[in-house]
Design a protein around this ligand. Sequence first.
Ligand SMILES: [Fe+2]
Ligand SMILES: [Fe+2]
Length: 243
Amino acid sequence: MLSYSATGVSLYVAYLEPFLVKSLRRVLDQIRDDELRENVDRFCRQEAQHYMQHERFNEAILQCGYPGLRERFGRLKADFDSYLESRGDKWCVGFVEGFEAYTTQSALRALTSGAFEHPRTDPQFGALFKWHMTEEIEHRNVAFDIYQHLYGDWPFRAKMCWVAQTHIWRFILDCMKIMSPVDVARFDDSYRVTAAHRALAVCAVAPMFMKTYTPWYDPHRYQVPDSISQISAELTAAAESAS
Ligand SMILES: [Fe+2]
Ligand SMILES: [Fe+2]
């Protein structure tokens, strides 16, 4: 079930992250704080790198022949295209913040769980997620800061957290429903994801959602464990030596 969730996230970010970048770039001129504008620009550059790195993995998954997966993926793209076309800046920035408020928490949980180094995790898949999730933690305050700077409207932020978080989880649950039966038939019963498994997955993420709806939610308060700061330092050193 964990692999289907991660695969769902990988497919999701292929269309979500370009949406994040476009949504924030179109309000860049409204930012009256130089440091925040610089942080938003850095955020956009990181997110643009993320989705490009997921594309090869996503194509390999789509080539595996899961009936209906490509169509569901296409509907996801249509959602984001319609948001950019028909929704206002506040709605789009609110969606970005709703998504980031969730990913920060799931990144902290995933990185401290050791799941990306588990012997049954494909090393390349684990490395991709480890890098991506570390950068999510690095830029955890940016979407919140821009939303607060431009709008600061708490009830609307809470609503957009709900909209963004249920949007990604509807997609992840659909991926599980589409992929699991195919893998059970193709491999074995260990790939079975039942309705009870899906309900458990939702129960596991619901507290993370709820935390973001409160008026006192603030990502600046997170304490990043030393182990994650260490991963971040290692990845930065590796990137510097490669450049
Ligand atoms: Fe990302
Ligand atoms: Fe992000």
